[in-house]
Design a protein around this ligand. Structure first.
Ligand code: HEC
Ligand code: HEC
Length: 434
């Protein structure tokens, strides 16, 4: 026994070797790092932008009509089918739930204007990520809002609708930060929009036939290229403000960190054994590495998608195989004209292994999540650990799995779950939750 092990043994029931302790300290530096500088957004650290972004995050007025008939006005829906102005970012990224969705029926996937096929991820510590979404489809926090704003299953609106709302409601806050807005009240250049539910009179699943979307393709296409560009820039700035806010959202340190930094009573023996397994025999740290327990890379863990919320499966989700290709082709990406700089976060081509791969989720505050994996098909952390223990599913998923069976005993699996619970943190300050 080395001297270091001896010293540690006095403080903990399960002494870590010096090597184990060094590995654990990689997961728990004494101070968690702030989000890295974002070259693509020069407002990323601007407090005024963050304050505006926080308001925008909670504003349901950017959304068009609800489409799916499951929008019945009950507690699990955001309103009644046909109603506009019901979906904010916070409608799915619920602040009191760690910015994920514990509101939709089944607590698996999200019902907004329609149902979404992948689980809504937590936004805690999202500022640490470079490539976003489960599949890498977006490469910046500031371009990401175009997704929900324009997606008929999320906010069912458009960039023109969003820009006009910035003009009518947020001009006084926007202009001191981002400069003058284009004359969005000039109806000869920018078609005035109103959300309406025209034609949406039958139940719809998936891609809606009648969408009542304010600012649909025809209205946008009627504008000059210069005005389209001006509208896009306003929504990019909306995104830069929201990004500045999102960078403030963090889970924070928990019992695991307290234990490693001196409080030997902060973890039980089972939790300590779990920590050892995490960096050792169970190999979790291969992907769940660094202070947020994610390498932020894309991995294929051999998941056969199953039906969730009674109806939905995306049986052949190619993950990063398609997502990274979409990010590379995106005119809004960090290499494009709307970015303030490119720090090389995008690969030059879709890497081998991206097929069927998804981004490693962070594990801080993981216990708050009501369901797990991009499909939301697992309901408990014990099921997730059992999934990794059996080396994933045998077949039926896209691409080639990177994992193999681990051969963990039942009590070892319990220890790993116990360890994951020590990653709970205080979450963001209350002032950021409203
Ligand atoms: C329908 C519910 C819904 C709404 C509304 C919504 N989101 Fe999301 N959000 C999701 C889902 C689902 C994903 C993951 C989708 C995927 O990866 O394919 C996601 C992903 C994200 C991500 C990437 C997180 C990560 O770790 O990669 C960010 C950031 C985000 N949303 C921010 C926002 C913002 C800002 C808004 C408002 C403009 C918003 N979301 C509105 C459901 C929603
Ligand atoms: C090869 C890389 C890799 C290894 C090894 C790995 N994970 Fe993961 N983990 C992932 C990826 C990728 C996902 C998301 C997969 C998906 O959603 O399709 C994930 C998801 C999870 C989730 C669900 C989080 C959420 O928000 O849905 C938990 C919990 C988790 N892993 C814990 C572990 C534990 C514990 C181990 C060790 C037994 C482990 N992982 C090993 C890559 C890995």
């Amino acid at each position: 026994m080395s001297a270091l092990t001896l010293v540690l043994a006095c403080h903990s029931e399960v002494p870590f070797t010096a090597e184990e302790r060094a590995r654990l300290l990689q997961l728990s530096p004494s101070v968690l790092p702030a989000p890295p500088r974002d070259a693509s957004n020069r407002f990323a650290g601007d407090a005024r932008a963050a304050a505006l972004g926080q308001k925008l995050f909670f504003d349901a007025g950017f959304s068009g009509p609800l489409l799916d008939g499951d929008n019945d006005g009950g507690a699990t829906a955001l309103g009644v089918r046909g109603e506009a102005g019901k979906v904010s970012c916070a409608g799915c990224h619920v602040p009191s739930a760690g910015f994920l969705d514990d509101r939709s029926r089944g607590k698996q996937i999200s019902l907004a204007a329609g149902w979404n096929l992948r689980r809504t991820p937590s936004l805690l510590d999202v500022g640490q990520a470079r490539l976003l979404m489960w599949d890498g489809r977006r490469d910046s926090l500031h371009s990401q809002p175009f997704g929900p704003i324009e997606n008929p299953n999320e906010m069912n609106a458009s960039r023109l609708y969003a820009a006009e709302r910035i003009f009518s409601r947020y001009r006084a806050e926007y202009e001191p930060i981002f400069g003058p807005l284009p004359p969005l009240d000039d109806t000869s250049r920018f078609p005035p929009l109103e959300a309406h539910s025209a034609g949406c009179d039958r139940p719809i699943r998936g891609a809606p036939a009648c969408h009542g979307k304010p600012g649909d393709g025809a209205e946008y296409d009627s504008m000059s290229a210069a005005d389209q560009d001006a509208v896009t820039r306003v929504v990019i700035n909306l995104g830069k403000a929201i990004a500045a806010y999102e960078r403030l959202l963090s889970c924070g340190q928990g019992r695991f960190d307290a234990f490693l930094h001196g409080d030997s009573s902060a973890m039980t023996a089972s939790e300590q054994r779990g920590a050892r397994l995490f960096v050792g025999k169970a190999q979790c740290v291969r992907c769940h590495s660094g202070p947020f327990l994610s390498d932020q890379q894309f991995h294929n863990v051999g998941l056969l998608p199953r039906t969730v919320a009674a109806v939905f499966t995306d049986a052949n989700d190619r993950g990063a195989g398609l997502g990274l290709a979409a990010a590379l082709a995106d005119p809004l990406n960090v290499r494009g004209k709307y970015s303030d700089g490119d720090d090389g976060r995008l690969p030059d081509a879709v890497p081998p292994g991206a097929e069927g791969a998804f981004r490693t989720p962070t594990l801080r505050c993981v216990a708050r999540r009501p369901s797990f994996l991009h499909t939301a098909q697992l309901r408990t952390l014990a099921e997730v650990v059992a999934f990794f223990d059996r080396g994933g599913d045998r077949a039926g998923y896209a691409g080639t799995s990177e994992i193999a069976p681990l051969g963990l005993a039942a009590d070892e699996q319990q220890d790993l779950v116990a360890f994951l619970l020590t990653l709970e943190g205080p979450g963001p300050a209350a002032a950021l939750l409203r």
